[in-house]
Design a binder for this molecule. Structure first.
Ligand code: ADP
Ligand code: MG
Length: 566
C-alpha cells in the first residue's frame, strides 16, 4: 500500500512553525518574557541583553515563580495557567493566554528557566532549573535562587539560519528591544524595569506607580512638560493619560501610544481618531504625542486576532474612536489651547496683510519702475514681484516665469548637500541644544552617527539617552536643530527597515533641504530673489525640486493670446 502523503507533523516542527509567527526577532522574545513576568505579578523586572539579543536575553522577575514540574509543563505547547475554557478566551485579563511563547522560543534557541515559588512547605526553599536546547530538555536540577523567575535565552535562531538572515543590524534590533521595553514601562508604571545592554543601562523606570514618571523615563524631562493629563468616561469604559499640547508635534506616529486594558496595541483607527482631534491644531503631515489608556470591559474586545496579540478588535470601534476624539477635544479645550494652536493659513494671511497695510500701502516693485530686462546665461530671469510671499513672478523678457520659492531653494540646497567633493560646512550653535532620545532613536542615531557627522552635525553623548547638538550643517543654521535631527532619526528609522544606504542618504538630504529652505511666507528682497534664480540655474535640474515637483511654471505669450482671444 502506498504511504499516505498526508502526515501529522512532529511537535518539534510544529513549535518551529509557531515560532515563525511569535518569534520574529530578539525583541519578540523580550516582549513574550516581559508579558509573562507582568502576568506573574512581578514588581521588578530586569532585562539584560548581549549581542542585540541574538547572543543573550536574560529576563529576571520577582513574580510568583514556578515549581520544577510547572516549568516542564510551561515549556510544553499549549500549556497555560491563564485560561481554561472558551468563556475565558473572551474575558482575558492577562497579557498572555495562548500558551505558545515558551515552547516557541525554546524551539529556536537554548533556553534556561530557573524559578522558585514562595512557600513554607519542605522542598520549596530551593528553586529548580531546566535547560532546553532546540526544544530538547538537557538538564533538570535543583537550583538556589530568589523567589521569582529568571529566563535566559541564548543563541536565538541558532538552528534556523534562514530566520537569522532576516535580522537587521544590531543597532536596529536593539532599537526594537528598547522600544518594546519602553511600551511596557509606559503600560506598567508600578513595575520597576531596567534594560541593560552590554552592561549599559538603556531604559530604567522607578516603578513608583506614577504615569508621569514612566513617561519621563521613556521620553525625558522636556517632553513631559509639554503634555497635558486628562480623562474621560464613556459608555463602556474610560480613557485617560497624557496628550501633547498643540505646540508639540512629531514627524511620525511612533509617539502615539495606545494601551487597551494595559496591553500595548496597534490599531490604526485609534491613531486616526486621535489625529482627527488635532487636525486643525498642528501642521499637516505632523503627529501628536499621546500615551493613552483605554480601560474597557474585556468582553467587548477580542485580543485573539493576531499571534503576537498586538492587534485587537473592538466590538464597537466607532464608539471607542468617538471617545478618543472627545477626550482629546475636551482636554485641549480645558487648557484653552484652541487659540494657542497653529493659526490657519487664512488667519496668517489676513494678519500679514493687516500688519503691512497699517502704516503704508503695499508697495509693488512696479512703483519703482519696471525693471530693465537684461538676462544672462547665469541669471536667465529677472524677478518682478514676490506674490503672496511664496511665488516669484519673473520674466526672461519673453515669457513670464512663476517660481515656487520653497521648491527652488530646496533644489539648490539638495544639490549642495549632494556634492560630495565640496566639504559640507558645519556651523557651531551659539548655545548647544539638548536632545533627549528614546531607545529606538538612540540606536538609530548611533548607527548613523558617522553619516550625520559628514553632513555637518556635531553631537556629543550626554548621559545615556541624551545628546548635545553642538553644530549643524551650515545651511541649516536657521531651522531648529532639535526638530531637524528628530525628523532625520524618524526618517532613518522608517527607512531602516527596507532601504539600502544610498537611498536612505538621499532621503536625508531631501529632508535637510526641505527643513532648511526658505518657506512659503518668507519675505524676500530683490537681491535675494535674484540670487535664488542664479543659484537655481546653477543646479543640474533647475526645473524640479528633489521630490520631483516643479520649481517653476512658464507662461508664454501664445498662452496669453489664446486666453485673451487675440
Ligand atoms: P501564556 O503566557 O500564553 O500562558 P507562555 O508559553 O508564555 O504562555 O507561558 C506558559 C506558562 O508559564 C504561563 O501560563 C505561566 O503560567 C508560566 N510562566 C511563564 N513565565 C512565567 C514567569 N516569569 N513567572 C511565572 N510563571 C510564568
Ligand atoms: Mg506568555
Amino acid at each position: 500500500m502506498a504511504e499516505s502523503r498526508i502526515k501529522i507533523l512532529p511537535d518539534d516542527l510544529i513549535n518551529k512553525i509557531a515560532a515563525g509567527e511569535v518569534v520574529e526577532r530578539p525583541a519578540s522574545v523580550v516582549k513574550e518574557l516581559l508579558e509573562n513576568s507582568i502576568d506573574a505579578g512581578a514588581t521588578r523586572i530586569s532585562i539584560e541583553i548581549s549581542g542585540a539579543g541574538g547572543k543573550l536575553i536574560r529576563v529576571s522577575d520577582n513574580g510568583s515563580g514556578l515549581t520544577g514540574d510547572e516549568i516542564s509543563l510551561a515549556l510544553e505547547r499549549h500549556s497555560t495557567s491563564k485560561i481554561g475554557n472558551l468563556d475565558d478566551l473572551f474575558n482575558i485579563k492577562t497579557l498572555g493566554f495562548r500558551g505558545e511563547a515558551l515552547p516557541s522560543i525554546a524551539s529556536v534557541s537554548k533556553i534556561e528557566v530557573g524559578s522558585r515559588v514562595k512557600g513554607v512547605e519542605a522542598g520549596i526553599e530551593v528553586g529548580s532549573r531546566i535547560i532546553v536546547e532546540g526544544g530538547k530538555t538537557v538538564k533538570v536540577e535543583d537550583y538556589g535562587c530568589p523567589i521569582g523567575t529568571t529566563i535566559i535565552v541564548k543563541d536565538l535562531f541558532y538552528n534556523t539560519p534562514a530566520r537569522r538572515k532576516f535580522l537587521k543590524s544590531p543597532a536596529v534590533e536593539l532599537g526594537h528591544i528598547g522600544d518594546i521595553v519602553s511600551k511596557y514601562v509606559l503600560a506598567c508604571p508600578g513595575i520597576a524595569f531596567e534594560l541593560i545592554s552590554e552592561g549599559k543601562s538603556l531604559v530604567k523606570s522607578s516603578g513608583s506607580g506614577k504615569l508621569s514618571e514612566a513617561i519621563m523615563a521613556v521620553y525625558g524631562m522636556e517632553l513631559i512638560q509639554e503634555l497635558i493629563e486628562g480623562q474621560l468616561e464613556f459608555k463602556s469604559g474610560k480613557i485617560y493619560g497624557f496628550i501633547s499640547q498643540p505646540t508639540l508635534s512629531r514627524m511620525d506616529k511612533s509617539y502615539e501610544n495606545f494601551f487597551v486594558n494595559r496591553r500595548y496595541v496597534r490599531n490604526f483607527l485609534l491613531n486616526r481618531a486621535l489625529e482627527e482631534a488635532y487636525r486643525t491644531l498642528i501642521p499637516g503631515g505632523r503627529y501628536p504625542v499621546a500615551v493613552l489608556f483605554i480601560d474597557i470591559d474585556p468582553k467587548l474586545i477580542d485580543v485573539n486576532v493576531h499571534p503576537t496579540k498586538r492587534e485587537i478588535k473592538f466590538q464597537s470601534t466607532s464608539e471607542v474612536m468617538q471617545a478618543v476624539s472627545s477626550m482629546v477635544t475636551k482636554v485641549l479645550s480645558e487648557i484653552g489651547s484652541w487659540d494657542k494652536g497653529v493659526e490657519t493659513s487664512m488667519e496668517a494671511r489676513s494678519r500679514d496683510w493687516m500688519l503691512e497695510s497699517k502704516d503704508q500701502l503695499p508697495i509693488s516693485s512696479f512703483e519703482a519702475g519696471i525693471p530693465e530686462i537684461q538676462v544672462t546665461s547665469i541669471q536667465p530671469f529677472i524677478p518682478i514681484y514676490q506674490y503672496k510671499q511664496t511665488y516669484i513672478i519673473s520674466t526672461d523678457g519673453e515669457d513670464l516665469v512663476l517660481i515656487d520659492q520653497h521648491a527652488a531653494h530646496e533644489r539648490i540646497l539638495y544639490d549642495k548637500l549632494s556634492q560630495k567633493a565640496e566639504a559640507i560646512h558645519s556651523q557651531p550653535l551659539l548655545t548647544p541644544e539638548n536632545l533627549e532620545l528614546g531607545p529606538q532613536e538612540t540606536a538609530i542615531l548611533q548607527e548613523n552617527v558617522e553619516y550625520l557627522k559628514s553632513l555637518g552635525f556635531e553631537l556629543e553623548e550626554f548621559g545615556s539617552s541624551s545628546y548635545l547638538i553642538r553644530a549643524v550643517p551650515a545651511l541649516s543654521i536657521k531651522s531648529p536643530a532639535q526638530q531637524l535631527l528628530r525628523d532625520i532619526l524618524a526618517e532613518l528609522s522608517e527607512l531602516g527597515k527596507t532601504v539600502q544606504l544610498e537611498i536612505k542618504q538621499e532621503n536625508i538630504r531631501k529632508l535637510i533641504a526641505c527643513h532648511s529652505a526658505i518657506k512659503a511666507g518668507d519675505k524676500l528682497s530683490v537681491e535675494e530673489m535674484n540670487r535664488l534664480i542664479r543659484d537655481l540655474y546653477a543646479t543640474e535640474n533647475p526645473a524640479t525640486c528633489p521630490h520631483g515637483r516643479p520649481t517653476l511654471i512658464r507662461l508664454t505669450e501664445e498662452e496669453f493670446k489664446k486666453r485673451f482671444g487675440r
